[in-house]
Write a protein that binds this ligand. Structure first.
Ligand code: ASP
Length: 499
C-alpha cells in the first residue's frame, strides 16, 4: 500500500496555522504578573489593582490589564535606594490584599504558548549559522566561473537596476495607499497620548541609537579591512565583495594551485545546501513555536487601535505580491506566475515566521538553485546582495509609517515632502540590516528628513512585530525574482521545478 505523505511545505503551513491557534489559546494574560522581590518571587493572576506606596502615600495605582504601565512604572525608578523604599500593594479580585517590599522587578508571566519559543530560536540560529559559510563558499565557486570583472559589472548593473525600480514602485504604492486610507486621521487624541506614554521608553532607546545613512560611507564600507572579521560579523556585503574578488583571481592562477581550493569550497557549499535541506525538516515545529510565541505575546487590543494603519501596510504588501511581482515574473523573467510562487512557498513562510531575511537566505539560495533553476553563479551573487540592500516590504512600510505618524500629528506632507520620503525610504531600506525590527529603527531617518517628530515611532511600536513578519515576505520574494530575471537574461536559467 502506498504510504500517504504530507509534503514539507504543507506541513510547514499546518505548523503555522496550528501555531497561531495554540498561541491564541495559551495567550499571555494581561492580568498575570510576576513580582520579583529580594525575598523571592510570586506569580499573581487576577489582580484588580496594583498600587505603589511610599511611606503610606500612594504614588500611583493601576487597574487590572494595565500590565505594561505597571512594569514601566517600577522600571522608572533608577535610583536603587528610592526603589527599595517603595512598597507594592496588590489587591486581588477576591479583595485579598498582598504587600511586597524590596521589589526589584515586575514581569509578565509567560504562558505555554510563549514558553515553547526556544524550539523556534534553535531553527533560526541554525539557519543563521549556515548563511555566511554558504554565501562565502558558493559565491567564491560561482565567481570562479565569471572569469572577469566585466561580467560582474554587467550582472551587478542589472541586479541593482531591478532592485531600485521595484523599491521605488513599492514606496509609491505605500504612499498611494496612505493617501487613500488616511490611517492617521482615525486616531483619537486620547489614544495618541496613551500610546506615546506607553511606548515612550522603547521609542527613546531606539532613537538613542542615532542611525544615519551616508551613500559614500556605504561604498567605502563595501571593502572589508579584514575579510575574516567580515565573516565573523556576518557582514554579507563585505563577504560578497571579498568572495567575488577571490573567486575571479583564483581563475587567473595556475590550475594546479586553484583547483584544490575551488574544489574545497565547492564541497563546503554542497554540504551547506544539504544541511539547509535537513534543517528544513524541523521547520514545521519551529514555525509552530515561533508563530505561537508571537501570537501569545502579542497584545491584540493594540491591533484594534491601530487597525487602519495595519490594514494600509498590509494592503500595500498585498499589491506587491498580487500585482507588481506577477508583472515582473511575466514581463521581465518571462515565466509562469503560479509555478514560481509555488516554488517560493516555503521561503515565504520561513521569512514570515522568522522576520529575518538573513535567516531565510540559506533556504532562499537552495530554492533558487533547485526549484527555480537559477544557476549557482547568479543565485549566490544576487541573493545575499538582495537580502542586505533590497527591501521592498520595509521601504513600503517606512513610507506608510511616516505618512501615518505625520497624519496623527497633523503635519501636512505636500508633494515635495512625499518625494523626499521616496528618496529617504530607498536609503533607509538599503541601510536596514536583514534582521527583525531594524526597519523601524531606520524609519527614524525618514521621519527626520521631513520634520516629523522622531518620538512618533512610539505610536506604531505595538504592532511592529506583526508588520515586521509581513514586510519580510516581499523583501525576500523580490530578491528571488530579481535572481530569476537576471538568470534568464544571462542564459543561466534551467527549468522551474516547484516540487
Ligand atoms: N525584518 C526585516 C528583514 O529581515 C527587516 C526590517 O524591516 O526590520 O528583512
Amino acid at each position: 500500500m502506498k504510504k500517504f505523505k504530507i509534503q514539507l511545505h504543507t506541513q510547514i503551513l499546518i505548523g503555522l496555522i496550528l501555531g497561531a491557534v495554540f498561541g491564541s489559546v495559551f495567550h499571555m494574560s494581561p492580568d498575570k504578573i510576576e513580582i520579583i522581590a529580594k525575598s523571592g518571587s510570586e506569580k499573581i493572576s487576577g489582580y484588580s489593582e496594583v498600587s505603589f506606596l511610599k511611606r503610606d502615600s500612594t504614588l500611583a495605582a493601576f487597574n487590572s490589564g494595565e500590565q505594561m504601565l505597571i512594569i514601566k512604572f517600577l522600571k522608572s525608578f533608577t535610583d536603587k535606594k528610592v526603589k527599595d523604599s517603595i512598597k507594592v500593594k496588590v489587591t486581588l479580585k477576591n479583595n485579598e490584599i498582598k504587600e511586597y517590599s524590596g521589589v526589584t522587578e515586575i514581569i509578565k508571566v509567560k504562558s505555554l504558548g510563549a514558553v515553547i519559543k526556544p524550539i523556534g530560536d534553535i531553527f533560526v540560529r541554525l539557519l543563521n549559522m549556515i548563511a555566511v559559510p554558504l554565501v562565502f563558499a558558493s559565491l567564491l565557486v560561482g565567481a570562479a566561473s565569471l572569469s572577469d570583472l566585466r561580467n560582474v559589472a554587467r550582472i551587478g548593473g542589472k541586479t541593482i537596476s531591478i532592485f531600485m525600480v521595484t523599491t521605488v514602485i513599492a514606496i509609491t504604492i505605500g504612499l498611494v495607499s496612505a493617501n487613500l486610507f488616511q490611517p492617521g486621521h482615525f486616531m483619537p487624541p486620547e489614544t495618541k497620548t496613551l500610546l506615546l506614554q506607553t511606548f515612550s521608553d522603547e521609542a527613546s532607546s531606539k532613537i538613542e541609537q542615532n542611525v544615519s545613512v551616508n551613500i559614500i560611507d556605504f561604498f567605502v564600507n563595501l571593502v572589508p579591512k579584514n575579510p575574516f572579521k567580515a565573516i565573523a560579523d556576518g557582514d554579507f556585503l563585505q563577504v560578497v565583495f571579498f568572495s567575488i574578488l577571490t573567486g575571479i583571481f583564483l581563475t587567473q592562477v595556475p590550475k594546479d594551485k586553484s583547483h584544490s581550493i575551488i574544489n574545497f569550497f565547492d564541497g563546503l557549499s554542497s554540504a551547506m545546501i544539504l544541511l539547509v535541506e535537513k534543517v528544513m525538516l524541523i521547520a514545521p515545529f519551529a514555525v509552530f513555536a515561533l508563530i505561537s510565541a508571537t501570537v501569545a505575546e502579542f497584545g491584540f487590543s493594540i491591533l484594534q487601535t491601530l487597525l487602519m494603519y495595519v490594514i494600509t501596510v498590509l494592503a500595500g504588501i498585498l499589491c506587491l505580491i498580487l500585482f507588481l511581482y506577477p508583472a515582473l515574473i511575466k514581463l521581465l523573467a518571462r515565466q509562469k506566475v503560479i509555478p514560481v510562487y509555488k516554488a517560493l512557498r516555503q521561503v515565504m513562510i520561513v521569512a514570515f515566521s522568522t522576520s529575518s531575511s538573513a535567516a531565510t537566505l540559506p533556504l532562499e539560495i537552495e530554492v533558487a538553485e533547485k526549484k527555480l533553476g537559477v544557476s549557482n553563479k547568479i543565485a549566490s551573487f544576487v541573493l545575499p546582495l538582495g537580502a542586505t540592500v533590497n527591501m521592498d516590504g520595509t521601504a513600503l512600510y517606512q513610507a506608510v509609517a511616516a505618512m501615518f505618524i505625520a497624519q496623527v500629528y497633523g503635519i501636512e506632507l505636500d508633494i515635495t515632502k512625499q518625494i523626499t520620503i521616496v528618496i529617504t525610504s530607498v536609503l533607509a531600506s538599503i541601510g536596514t540590516a536583514p534582521v527583525p525590527g531594524v526597519g523601524l529603527i531606520m524609519l527614524i531617518i525618514v521621519l527626520r528628513s521631513v520634520g516629523i517628530p522622531e518620538e512618533g515611532i512610539a505610536l506604531i511600536l505595538g504592532v511592529d512585530r506583526v508588520l515586521d513578519m509581513a514586510r519580510t515576505v516581499p523583501n525576500i520574494v523580490s530578491d528571488s525574482l530579481t535572481a530569476l530575471t537576471v538568470a534568464r537574461s544571462e542564459g543561466e536559467l534551467c527549468e522551474i521545478k516547484p516540487d
